[in-house]
Design a protein around this ligand. Structure first.
Ligand SMILES: [Zn+2]
Ligand SMILES: [Zn+2]
Length: 260
């Protein structure tokens, strides 16, 4: 018996795989609580009048579409904040899927390098799963399924739910196609991995620090009192400015000694 077979046998199977927190009647946060908290994404379901919006889809190791069926009673628009596996893994299940055009091809074709799920990165070990989503699951065989039906969106596009609308903000740096979704009427901002209350990552396959700095400068003036991030806890405008300021300070090139 190989070590992998032993690990398959020793991890319990967890059903349902997801957990839902109802924040308001029109806002739900779905997570994968048996996956490591460090990479566990927040998936946001926003209920609109004419359509619902799902921001991000998790790892794709269990059917999110089936899990959400009771909550969905209108057409569903799915937007991936970016192509990384913890956000885009379940996109292939849905009909109306959007992603920024810089990462559109990667999601349509299932480019495991840009998705960060290529085995050589080693980002998805069995040890990151406290339980498994199904019998026989092996993290070493994990990959994100291609989503050829995905459509491309860009900066300034609007995702309209009838009684409310979200503006697409292109905020590259963490990855080239990272976006935020901003509802100016409610001052609500869904930030994906651009900013969350934890260590921000700018050294990945497709990260560019100077672009990240430009994106962060744009967020300093954003009129929001409710930031709903791709990971960890939600926060307000004050904390947004702190997090953005800390990142900018940490990445701006140090001044040459003669200037100080
Ligand atoms: Zn990411
Ligand atoms: Zn992430």
């Amino acid at each position: 018996m190989t070590a992998r077979q032993i690990s398959k046998m020793t991890k319990p199977v967890q059903r349902p795989w997801f957990e839902t927190q109802r924040i308001r009647d029109d806002l739900y946060c779905i997570t994968e609580p048996h996956y490591t908290w460090e990479n566990r994404a927040n998936l946001w379901l926003i209920k609109g009048r004419d359509a619902d919006l799902l921001i991000d889809t998790g790892l794709g190791v269990s059917s999110l579409k089936l899990y959400l069926a009771d909550l969905l009673d209108k057409p569903l628009k799915v937007v991936a904040s970016h192509v990384h596996f913890d956000h885009s893994g379940g996109c292939h299940e849905f009909d109306e899927v959007y992603i920024h055009h810089n990462e559109h091809r990667a999601l349509c074709s299932g480019d495991q390098r840009l998705i960060l799920s290529a085995p050589e990165f080693g980002f998805i070990p069995d040890s990151d799963f406290e339980s498994f989503p199904y019998q026989g699951f092996s993290a070493s065989e994990y990959e994100v399924r291609a989503c050829p039906q995905a459509r491309a969106i860009g900066h300034g596009d609007v995702v309209d739910l009838g009684d409310r609308a979200f503006e697409v903000m292109h905020l590259p740096g963490h990855s080239s196609g990272s976006i935020g979704l901003y509802d100016p009427a409610r001052g609500q901002f869904f930030s994906g991995d651009v900013v969350y209350d934890g260590e921000l990552l700018d050294d990945l396959e497709d990260s560019v620090v100077v672009e990240y700095l430009e994106s962060m400068e744009k967020l300093l003036g954003l009129a929001t009192d409710e930031v709903r991030p791709g990971h960890y806890r939600s926060f307000d405008r004050r904390r947004l400015r702190e997090l953005v300021g800390e990142y900018i300070d940490s990445r701006k090139a140090p001044r040459c000694p003669a200037e100080t």
